[in-house]
Design a protein around this ligand. Structure first.
Ligand SMILES: Cc1cc2nc3c(=O)[nH]c(=O)nc-3n(C[C@H](O)[C@H](O)[C@H](O)COP(=O)(O)OP(=O)(O)OC[C@H]3O[C@@H](n4cnc5c(N)ncnc54)[C@H](O)[C@@H]3O)c2cc1C
Length: 430
């Protein structure tokens, strides 16, 4: 198939459509962005009976939330040991706990709201791309167990064939049985149904073009309407633009990730290459990630390019590069047709950590998941909702993470091209 089109879009549940914002309204909270971050915030607020309005520039789940690999994995881009070194042991422990809690929270919501999104509880593998990377995984496993009693399991090279059959991944892996997978777009659709059920208001095709403060209230404008609100939550992540909030946008690099999905494969092909049906990603900077789908396809994703962000999602040669990478990982798939290909945008702050908080003028934000936000974004939405309803303050470990502006942010494409070469070089030498 030569067209860019998403497997999740092709297999989504029936979705309600929501109107465009037209006219002037008010609300207690306006949430900008209809991905997991915004949906979760609006879900928890509407459940508490707080008047919330969500504005999405396209349709629900249109951004990274409806395009990701649906891998709900524990941990962060940074290792827990390195977080402990940088932010102290107590903060690292809290961050580790959150990364487990966020996964449980999704499970709980899906069950409570009866969301049909194909949960699969088979655990997740972090695959060592090099021998030295397995030593790093061993250190992380030991650190988490010795310090926080957190159990993960090392898969030694001799046992790798029980987990994956690939000439690339033979150095070992770390198994976290808490990780699991779902159909991301169906989860987003399920959340929007629940917001609607609890009385939250959703507008689609309603792009926020300006956000201003007038005394104690915010004025949120789209081209055809406006909402006056006491609170505003920015949940636009990799799709953030400076007309909504200039300073926040400068704290993140927006980076694309590409995904392909094969035709339906014979059962024994997949059983052979991924016998335990776990989600998997590797230890490279330009990482690969993959999983089975419920209808026996291999979904394979990865970073192919950092630069030229604007057109990377439609560049067919990048998907072909990804297919070649997939064949290097699983040579058995050399003749498999690719039925779907698509991409989405992620957000990376300077410290490679997700951030939740409030700006100086009092706007809430949740962002910067570094490609790990499928689970954490739901948890952050709950934190914001609890913070708005004054049930809790933002926890210290998250509050202590400082969001800083990226120097020369307006030269983003040049910076990303430099970063791409640096990361590729690091993947070769490390
Ligand atoms: C290809 C790919 C694969 C990934 N795989 C995984 C994975 O397997 N596991 C994992 O943990 N993470 C993964 N991620 C990352 C994960 O998808 C994100 O971290 C998460 O979805 C972020 O959710 P979000 O709601 O913050 O942002 P998004 O889902 O991107 O939502 C932001 C929304 O804001 C809207 N918006 C922007 N500006 C405006 C405006 N002015 N007015 C109104 N609306 C606006 C956008 O249209 C968009 O819908 C992947 C990401 C990509 C792109």
């Amino acid at each position: 198939m030569n067209k860019v089109s998403s497997y999740w879009e092709a297999t989504k549940n029936t979705k309600s459509s929501y109107p465009k914002l037209e006219g002037n309204f008010d609300s207690e909270v306006v949430v900008i962005g209809g991905g997991f971050s915004g949906l979760s915030t609006a879900y928890f607020l509407s459940k508490k009976g707080i008047k919330v309005t969500l504005l999405e520039q396209s349709s629900i789940g249109w951004g990274a939330s409806g395009r990701n690999a649906g891998m709900l994995t524990t941990g962060y881009k940074n290792s827990i040991a390195s977080l402990s070194k940088k932010h102290g042991k107590n903060n690292a422990k809290q961050l580790l706990d959150f990364s487990k809690d966020c996964i449980k929270l999704i499970d709980q919501i899906v069950k409570e709201e009866n969301i049909d999104c194909s949960l699969n509880y088979n655990g997740g593998l972090k695959l060592a791309f090099k021998k030295q990377h397995f030593e790093d995984l061993k250190n992380e496993q030991e650190y988490m167990y010795d310090n926080f009693n957190y159990e993960t399991k090392l898969i030694y090279p001799s046992d790798m064939n029980n987990e994956i059959n690939s000439p690339i991944y033979k150095y070992g892996a770390l198994l976290d049985s808490n990780s699991f997978s779902f159909h991301p777009l169906n989860y987003a659709i399920g959340l929007s149904n629940s917001i609607d059920k609890y009385g939250g208001i959703i507008y689609e095709n309603s792009k926020v073009v300006s956000l201003t403060k007038n005394k104690d209230e915010y004025v949120v404008k789209t081209n055809e309407g406006q909402i006056i609100s006491k609170n505003v939550v920015i949940a636009t992540n990799g799709y953030s633009t400076s007309n909504v909030h200039k300073d926040l946008t400068k704290t993140m690099m927006s980076i694309d990730s590409h995904v392909i999905t094969t035709e339906k494969l014979e059962n024994n092909t997949l059983d052979q290459i991924l016998p335990t049906n776990r989600v998997a990603s590797d230890t490279k900077n330009f990482l690969y990630y993959f999983r089975k789908t419920t209808d026996n396809r291999l979904l394979f994703g990865g970073r192919v390019s950092f630069g030229n962000r604007k057109d990377s999602q439609n560049k067919l040669e990048l998907y072909e590069e990804l297919r070649k990478n997939m064949v290097k990982v699983f040579p058995n798939l050399r003749n498999a047709d690719i039925d779907y290909k698509w991409a989405g945008t992620t957000a990376f702050p300077m410290d490679f950590m997700p951030h939740v908080g409030k700006t100086r003028e009092g706007v809430y934000y949740l962002l910067g998941y570094c490609g790990h936000g499928a689970a954490m974004s739901t948890f952050f939405g709950k934190i914001i909702s609890d913070s708005i309803s004054k049930e809790i303050n933002i926890p210290d470990s998250l509050n202590n993470l400082k969001l800083t502006k990226i120097p020369f942010h307006n030269q983003q494409n040049t910076l990303l091209s430099l970063a791409e070469n640096y990361m590729k070089f690091k993947d070769i030498i490390s």
